[in-house]
Design a protein around this ligand. Structure first.
Ligand SMILES: [Zn+2]
Ligand SMILES: [Zn+2]
Length: 177
């Protein structure tokens, strides 16, 4: 296994024809995954993180193109059943020396680096974070849980009065969202 050091590049050592980085990181590499996620519920990493990048240099600009593979699991936001999700975020970055480009016109795919060394790890983590689903559902037509008795309505039915609405939520029912 190649260590995380593989993602630290010395720009001056990069040949014009670049370097190919292929590595499989342990789940610990994304130990901050829960913080990266803006969704609700628990997010679990099910696999190692496969990283495949082609790095090239044009003058002082470093271009990084490739993809990341990982699978995660999170409970369905409606029925709470675990849902397995394969993620395959693409990486397409251009890194410029930090002193050359000033603030505003930096887009998501255009980052800067300071000094001679570039640690790609944080950029890659960022791409993973962006690819995370905001809301996890097991299927678009998941019926969820009965609000009254908690029955999983995908698997079973119940006799609860479906029109019974908690008075606290009744007002929401009339709102057009
Ligand atoms: Zn569901
Ligand atoms: Zn019920």
């Amino acid at each position: 296994m190649i260590s995380t050091k593989a993602m630290v590049l010395r720009v001056s050592d990069l040949a014009e024809d670049g370097v190919h980085i292929e590595t499989l990181e342990e789940p610990e590499w994304l130990v901050n995954l829960p913080e990266l996620w803006s969704g609700s519920g628990v997010l679990t990493l099910l696999s190692k993180i496969g990283i495949d990048l082609q790095v090239t240099k044009v003058l002082k600009e470093v271009s990084v193109i490739g993809n990341v593979r990982l699978s995660i699991q999170s409970p369905c936001s409606r029925c709470v059943e675990p849902v397995k999700i394969e993620l395959n975020p693409e990486v397409s970055l251009v890194l410029s020396p930090g002193d050359k480009i000033g603030g505003q016109d930096l887009s998501l795919d255009h980052e800067t680096y300071q000094g001679e060394e570039v640690d790609l790890s944080n950029y890659i983590r960022e791409q993973v974070a962006i690819s995370l689903p905001v809301k996890v559902v097991c299927s678009e037509d998941c019926k969820g849980l009965c609000a009254t008795c908690g029955t999983n309505l995908n698997k079973d039915s119940c006799d609860c009065e479906k029109d019974q609405v908690d008075p606290r939520f009744a007002i929401l029912k009339d709102l057009k969202i």
